[in-house]
Design a protein around this ligand. Sequence first.
Ligand code: AMP
Ligand code: MN
Ligand code: MN
Length: 326
Amino acid sequence: MKKIDEYLGQVKCVAIAGHIRPDGDCTGSCLATYNYIRTYYKDIRVDLYLEPIPNIFKFLPGADEICSEIPEDVTYDLFIAQDCGDTARLGKAVRLFETAGTTICIDHHISNQSFADVNHIFPGASSTSELIYGLLPAERVTEGIAECIYTGIVHDTGVFQYSCTSQRTMQIAGELMRLGIPYTRIIEETFYTKTYPQNRIMGLSLIKSVLHLDGRCISSFITAAEMEEYDVLPKHFEGVVSQLRVTKGVEAAVFLYETAEGAWKVSLRSKERVDVAAVAVQYGGGGHVRAAGCTVEGEPEEIIDGIIDLVRRQMQDAACGAEGER
Ligand code: AMP
Ligand code: MN
Ligand code: MN
């Protein structure tokens, strides 16, 4: 796939969708494509389907036009799945995927199995937003589209910090800044600002954290009862696992919170060695080498023990490999 325009010449209606519980990259990349089609293809009907997005992203252009209900009676010529590693993560929008004429998947998850007709999947990219930038003609990127792409990149790179950040990421960010976007505000207001309940649940998660494997792993979990007591929703846990990860000496961090169905949403992060995507895949999830997730049923302590065991084995294998090389 060279440019998104290649696929827009022949179509009358396009649906765009991202993964369930949309994050900054999912929201930003989908809104970038949505705004591009809306601006340059006035004859195309374009609809963006996402679950309710976090309030911090509502300033992005087009955010108030996102549909969160899936219609029964509409089919699309083209369906574009973005930042989504598998069809299950499309949530209810999977119906639109299944009935569409042509499907495109644009993504950077290493666990992505190329589920669409056309697949543009680059696990080396920092974010889906970075990939979208590459698919748009540079001269047609408006300030509004730039804000969406920049927001997505900022969130998936942890403000240009994680190892997924490349020279190209920085070059794209530079191009976007040239368009006059409020980059300090985007970083401050969407990444660093936390509400009072968010800060309190962060504190509780850190207080409850436990070290494993001689301090090389850290875990914590929050129950549904604690979520109620502290008045937090799943979206408020953004940043908790990253904070666990930066504990000195820690290579891998595991964070769980209880979802309404009595299951546990698991977030995994690593620094340099552990492939957490491989761990998540063992539990039916997926993601990236340094950031992955899954949903597991059971007792939290047992789930954590199982995950720590997989991490320990990877560390042992790596140690054996290094031994052999010497
Ligand atoms: P999270 O811990 O939810 O922030 O997710 C980290 C990364 O793993 C993100 O790129 C997610 O898209 C991906 N991910 C999280 N949960 C799942 C899952 N159940 N299945 C596949 N990928 C997931
Ligand atoms: Mn995402
Ligand atoms: Mn992403």
